[in-house]
Write a protein that binds this ligand. Sequence first.
Ligand code: ZN
Ligand code: ZN
Length: 380
Amino acid sequence: MKAVVGMMFKNMLDGIQFYRVYAARCGFDIRFSTVRKSKDGTITWKYILCNREGEKNAAVDFDATVDGVIDKRHKVSRRVRCRARVVLKSSGLDGYAFHFFEERHSHPLVSDKHKEFLKRMKLCSAFYFEYLVDGKYQLRHIFWADPISRRNFAAFGDSVSFDATYNTNRYKMVFTPFTGKDNHGKCVTFGVALLSSENTSISESANSFYGSFVNSNCNLVEFFMKYDSVIDAQRHAYAEMNSVDESTVPSLQTPILFEKHAVAVYTTNIFVKVQKEIYSACVKCRIMSITESEHQLFYNVNDGEGIFQVVYDSVEDIIVCSCAKFVREGLLCCHIYILLKDLNVDRIPDKYVVPRWTRYQSADNEDVQITSFINNISFR
Ligand SMILES: [Zn+2]
Ligand SMILES: [Zn+2]
């Protein structure tokens, strides 16, 4: 189905309807423009344009920033001076004909199979979507995060890394996922940005997780859809891991009660790490000396590789080790575990069970505004 110059319609509405259907199939919206009328009021010319024609309101919609890049989030005009159009001209009693037809658009078209995706994005108010267009109507960056990504951020966003990967898609944009670790210690995605490579100098790095699709020559909508499917796979793996945790209990290696407590609270992947420390506390660590002051206990612990100082303060109710593993990872070290064992403690103190590594920390039960986080990231 294609419009051609000379195509006849018995009335104007038929002509409009034809172009409307044609536009829907191609993936653009139409709008009406100039009409010319004869003296008796009959329409002799009617212009039907691509909806992205013109630059009307552009100056009002945009705020120019200092460096000349235009930034008005969510209000960026979609008009890109597209010249695609038809002109319907009256042929008197014969009806109307396409008098002029410009087929080419100055922007990508959104075909039917992609519309569902875009509709979902628009309808879902929790879908965070932001983009910036510069003075030449070039896309400079896009950031997006769907509701699940946002809940992931609420649950596990205590540390975020971003890894820019050069992307050879046709817009020459840099693909930048924002990631962290979930409670199983696996990669989780909080959102993703595409940054214009012209104004971004970021060293190239390989990201195996996303590598399968970032280097493809796809348009933006195809890119979104591929991203979606990769994220689906990541979430599927997350759900699998949760269900494995629910149905299996790893076996214990010591008779120590706090190992039993650990297996009940941590996810399996994390428990394996915790168990290694508890086991080391039993078989590798030796207490070299214990000294006591008013309300503090000082332990010197030799773990076979070095000697570490552990301090237990009964007033402050804190335990600190010179190896600082807990500060780095949110998991206690074998030096502290040998102290807990020595003091006959039967549970890991609550304050040292960091929620983000537990089975109960789930991306399913929290939401948060990530806007402030996003706004603190500089794209330029
Ligand atoms: Zn157009
Ligand atoms: Zn330690």
